[in-house]
Design a protein around this ligand. Structure first.
Ligand SMILES: [Zn+2]
Ligand SMILES: [Zn+2]
Ligand SMILES: [Zn+2]
Length: 760
C-alpha cells in the first residue's frame, strides 16, 4: 500500500479550544497514526498512513476546525514514513511565550447549552458548565503555563466523574481546564444590599425575580461584575443611572435570544454571526421605533448595544427573567470594574439592591467588548472580553517591543515575533485605580510573554500618564510617536500594507508635533515612513477640557471666526438660549485675548460644534454624545454640501472649513431643519476627506487610503467615504481587529517601534 507522512504546523488561536482532541478524533477516523502537541506558537501535528487517508485528513483539518479556534496559518510538509503506531496527544512544550497558549473567553457552546437545559443531565441548570469548546479562559488565568493549577479553578478539585472526562482524549472535556459540575465546581450565593448573606436554594432564580420586580442586581460575571436591571422598566433603568452616576451614556442590553433582540433592534443577517460568535461582543444596531426598551436605556440615541447571554449563568438569568436586561459594567463611572466579592460589596454598595455572587475568582479584569458591523465584517469599538489576548497577526517577525497607548480608552501592546498582543481595554487613566490597573496588566503581559523589550513607544503628549510610565516599561530604548501617526501605523500593522498610501486620521484630540491640538490630519505613507501631508486648517479652541464637555464653546469660537465678535454674540444668544450671555461674553473675551486658547485642527471638535449649532447638544453628558446625536438625526436624503476649499501652505495641504461653517451657521440662523443641516455637514466632511485624499494620492501616486481615528466610528461618515473612495477606484484600508479610536494606537506605536528597531 502507498504510505506517506506529513508534518503540519498550525498557528492562531488553537490552544485551549479543543484543537488537539479534534485532531486526535479526525486522525482516528481516517485510520492514521502519529501525534499532536501544543508548541510555543500553536499546534504541531505528525500523521502517517495511506496517501488517500492523508488527503481526507487534510480536508477535514481545514473544514471542521473547532468553533472557537481561529487558524491564521497552516503549513504542511512531507516527511519520511517512520512507522509510528497509534495516535497520541503529547505533553505540551510551551516555551517562553505562554500568552499565545491562552485563548480569549469563549461563549457557551451548543453542546453545553443542550446539557444545561436537559433535566436528565448531571449539569442540568448548572451555571458554570463548560468544555474544551467554551467557557472562561483568559479571565481565570493567574500564572503560567495555562493549566488548571494556575487558574482560579485550582480551588475546585475535580470529582471522579469530571476527572474521567478531563483525562479522556475522546471526551468533549478532555483538558478543559475550567471543567466543573454541581458536585465539585463553583457555586452561587446571594447577598443583600447591606452585604448580608441571604439564604436561597436557587440564587439565580431569586436574582431573576428581583430583576423582574424592578431591582438592581450586581452579577459576578466573567471578566468582572455587571450591574443588571430590567431594560423594559423605566424606573429601574433611571435608578441605575442615578446610582451609578451615569446620566446619559446609553446602556448595553442583553437579550434572551436573537428573536427578542429583533423586537428592539434592526438586526441584519450578517449581524447574527457576529452576535453568535465565540467572542459574543456587544453589537451596536439601529433601534426600532417599536422597541419595548425603556427610553432611559438609550437616552435618545438611535443605536442600541445588543448582546446575547455568553455564559450559562447569563443564560439562566435571562431565561428566568424572560425579558431583556441592561447589563453594564459593575463600577461607578470612570472606575475599573469590580472583580472580587468583597470589593464589589463595598464599591457597589448603594448601587445594587442584591448581589449574585460566586466563588470562582475573576483574575483578569475584562469589560464586555463592543463592535459595529461595517460591510460584512466586524469593526471594533472596544476590545476586551472574548477578544483578548488573541494576537493581531503581523506580516513578519520582529524583536520584542511595546506600545504604551494613550490616556483615553487606554490599551498597551506587545509585539512578540510575528504577533501583536493588545491588552484589554483599560479605560481612561485619569484616576489612580485605573492607573494601577494599567501597571498591573502591563506587568502581567510582560511576564506572560517573557518579553525582553528592545524598545517601548509612547505618545508625544507630555502630560499623559502613559508617557510618564515609559521609563518603567523596562525597555532598552524609548521612542515617542505623534498620536495621529500612531493611528495610521495601527492600520499598517493590521493590514500588513507596504507601499504608498494616503493616511487620514480624524479624531478629537492628539498632541501635535508643533504643540497644537491635532485631530484632522492627512499623511503621506511610503513603506514604513509616515509624514504629515495635510490638515484641517486651525481654529482657536477655548479651554481644552471644558470645550469637550460643553460643545457650545467650540461652536462659539466658529461663530466668532465666521461672523466676527459682535455678530457672534447675537448669534449665540439665538442659537444657545440655555447659555447665559455672561458666559459667552467671557469666552469671547478669552478668545480675543488668546487666553487659555490653543490652535486646533480637530475634526471631532467640528462635529461637536455642528451639533451645538443645530441645537442638539450644547452640554455633553459623555464624550462623543454631541457627534452621536448629530449622526442620529442626519436625514437619509442627500441635501447638498457646504463649500470648502483646499490650498497648499508650507508644503501642507490645508482643508479650509470656513465656507462650511458659514453655510452651517446661516442654515442654523434660518432655522433649517437640524436633520438637513446634519446631513449636509456629514456629506461635506466626507467630500472634504475625499478631495484632500485624492489630491494627495495624485501627488504621490498612491491608490490606497488609510482611515483611522475615533471620528471614523461614525458609521454615516465612514460609509460615504468608503463609497466615494471606491467610486474613485481607490482602495480603502480600515480597522478590522483593533478600534479606530485611541484603543488602537498602542498597536501603531508598537509597530512603529518594531520597524525602527528591526531597521537598525
Ligand atoms: Zn461547551
Ligand atoms: Zn465534578
Ligand atoms: Zn486619537
Amino acid at each position: 500500500m502507498d504510505k506517506s507522512a506529513l508534518e503540519i504546523s498550525v498557528r492562531g488561536v488553537v490552544q485551549g479550544v479543543g484543537f488537539r482532541p479534534f485532531v486526535h478524533r479526525i486522525a482516528a477516523a481516517c485510520g492514521l497514526s502519529g501525534w499532536v502537541a501544543n508548541t510555543p506558537g500553536g499546534v504541531a501535528v505528525r500523521v502517517e498512513g495511506e496517501t488517500g487517508s492523508l488527503s481526507r485528513f487534510r480536508a477535514l483539518l481545514r473544514k471542521e476546525i473547532p468553533p472557537a479556534a481561529r487558524v491564521t496559518r497552516l503549513s504542511m510538509r512531507k516527511v519520511p514514513v517512520s512507522g509510528l503506531q497509534g495516535f497520541e496527544i503529547r505533553r505540551s512544550r510551551t516555551g517562553g511565550n505562554a500568552l499565545s497558549t491562552i485563548p480569549p473567553d469563549i461563549s457557551t457552546c451548543r453542546a453545553c447549552l443542550a446539557e444545561l437545559s436537559d433535566p436528565g443531565d448531571r449539569r442540568y441548570g448548572y451555571p458554570f458548565t463548560n468544555c474544551t469548546n467554551c467557557g472562561p479562559r483568559f479571565t481565570i488565568v493567574s500564572s503560567l503555563p495555562y493549566d488548571r493549577e494556575r487558574t482560579s479553578m485550582a480551588a475546585f478539585p475535580m470529582c471522579p466523574a469530571c476527572r474521567r472526562e478531563y483525562e479522556n482524549p475522546l471526551d468533549r472535556r478532555f483538558h478543559a481546564e475550567p471543567n466543573a459540575c454541581p458536585e465539585c465546581g463553583p457555586r452561587l450565593s446571594l447577598r443583600g444590599a447591606d452585604g448580608a448573606l441571604l439564604p436561597a436554594a436557587d440564587p439565580a432564580g431569586a436574582a431573576a425575580e428581583a430583576l423582574v420586580e424592578g431591582r438592581i442586581v450586581a452579577v459576578r460575571g466573567l471578566g468582572g461584575f455587571q450591574l443588571a436591571a430590567d431594560a423594559t422598566n423605566e424606573g429601574a433603568v433611571r435608578a441605575l443611572r442615578e446610582r451609578k452616576r451615569r446620566e446619559e451614556k446609553p446602556f448595553a442590553v442583553m437579550f434572551p435570544d436573537l428573536d427578542a433582540a429583533r423586537s428592539a433592534a434592526r438586526i441584519a443577517k450578517a449581524d447574527e454571526s457576529i452576535l453568535l460568535a465565540p467572542g459574543a461582543p456587544i453589537l451596536l444596531c439601529p433601534s426600532r421605533a417599536s422597541s419595548p426598551l425603556a427610553p432611559a436605556v438609550s437616552m435618545g440615541m438611535p443605536a442600541v448595544g445588543v448582546f446575547l447571554p455568553y455564559t450559562p449563568l447569563h443564560r439562566i438569568l435571562l431565561s428566568r427573567a424572560g425579558r431583556p436586561l441592561v447589563m453594564t459594567s459593575g463600577n461607578r463611572t470612570d472606575e475599573p470594574i469590580a472583580i472580587g466579592n468583597a470589593e464589589a460589596l463595598s464599591r457597589l454598595r448603594g448601587i445594587a439592591d442584591l448581589f449574585l455572587l460566586h466563588d470562582r475568582e475573576v483574575v483578569q479584569r475584562a469589560d464586555d467588548s463592543v463592535v459595529r458591523r461595517v460591510g460584512r465584517g466586524v469593526y471594533p469599538i472596544r476590545r476586551a472580553r472574548g477578544f483578548v489576548p488573541a494576537p493581531v497577526p503581523l506580516p513578519r517577525s520582529f524583536p520584542d517591543v511595546a506600545g504604551l497607548g494613550g490616556d483615553l480608552k487606554s490599551t498597551f501592546c506587545f509585539i512578540r515575533e510575528d504577533a501583536a498582543y493588545l491588552s484589554q481595554h483599560l479605560g481612561d487613566l485619569e484616576l489612580v485605580p485605573a492607573r494601577d490597573f494599567y501597571a498591573e496588566a502591563f506587568r502581567f503581559f510582560r511576564e506572560f510573554l517573557d518579553a525582553r523589550l528592545r524598545a517601548a513607544c509612547h505618545d508625544l503628549h507630555p502630560a499623559y500618564f502613559t508617557t510618564a510610565f515609559a521609563p518603567n516599561a523596562g525597555a532598552d530604548r524609548i521612542f515617542a510617536l505623534q498620536h495621529h501617526k500612531a493611528h495610521v501605523y495601527s492600520v499598517l500593522a493590521e493590514t500588513g500594507f507596504r507601499g504608498k498610501a494616503v493616511g487620514v486620521a480624524f479624531d478629537g484630540t492628539g498632541y501635535g508635533e508643533d504643540g497644537a491640538i491635532w485631530g484632522g490630519e492627512f499623511f503621506a505613507v511610503d513603506g514604513p515612513e509616515v509624514t504629515r501631508a495635510g490638515q484641517l486648517s486651525y481654529f482657536p479652541l477655548p479651554g481644552g477640557d471644558a470645550a469637550v464637555r460643553e460643545p457650545w464653546r467650540t461652536a462659539l469660537s466658529l461663530l466668532r471666526e465666521v461672523l466676527g465678535r459682535r455678530d457672534a454674540e447675537g448669534a449665540a444668544r439665538r442659537l444657545f438660549p440655555g447659555v447665559p450671555g455672561e458666559s459667552t461674553g467671557l469666552l469671547l473675551d478669552a478668545l480675543d485675548k488668546g487666553i487659555n486658547v490653543a490652535p486646533t485642527s480637530s475634526a471631532g471638535r467640528l462635529f461637536d460644534a455642528a451639533s451645538a449649532l443645530c441645537g442638539l447638544c450644547t452640554r455633553a453628558g459623555f464624550e462623543g454624545q454631541a457627534p452621536m446625536l448629530l449622526e442620529g438625526i442626519a436625514s437619509r436624503r442627500p441635501a447638498g454640501t457646504y463649500p470648502f476649499t483646499l490650498s497648499g501652505e508650507n508644503g501642507l495641504l490645508a482643508v479650509h472649513w470656513n465656507g462650511m461653517a458659514a453655510g452651517l451657521i446661516a442654515d442654523a440662523m434660518e432655522r433649517v431643519a437640524p436633520e438637513t443641516i446634519a446631513r449636509r455637514f456629514h456629506d461635506t466632511m466626507a467630500a472634504a476627506i475625499l478631495s484632500a485624499a485624492s489630491r494627495l494620492a495624485e501627488t504621490s501616486g498612491a491608490r490606497h487610503v488609510i482611515l483611522s481615528g475615533g471620528v471614523f466610528q461614525n458609521a454615516t461618515l465612514l460609509a460615504s467615504v468608503l463609497t466615494g473612495l471606491r467610486r474613485k477606484k481607490m482602495v480603502p484600508l480600515i480597522h478590522r481587529q483593533v478600534p479606530p479610536n485611541d484603543g488602537g494606537i498602542s498597536l501603531g506605536q508598537a509597530y512603529y517601534a518594531a520597524l525602527r528597531v528591526a531597521g537598525g
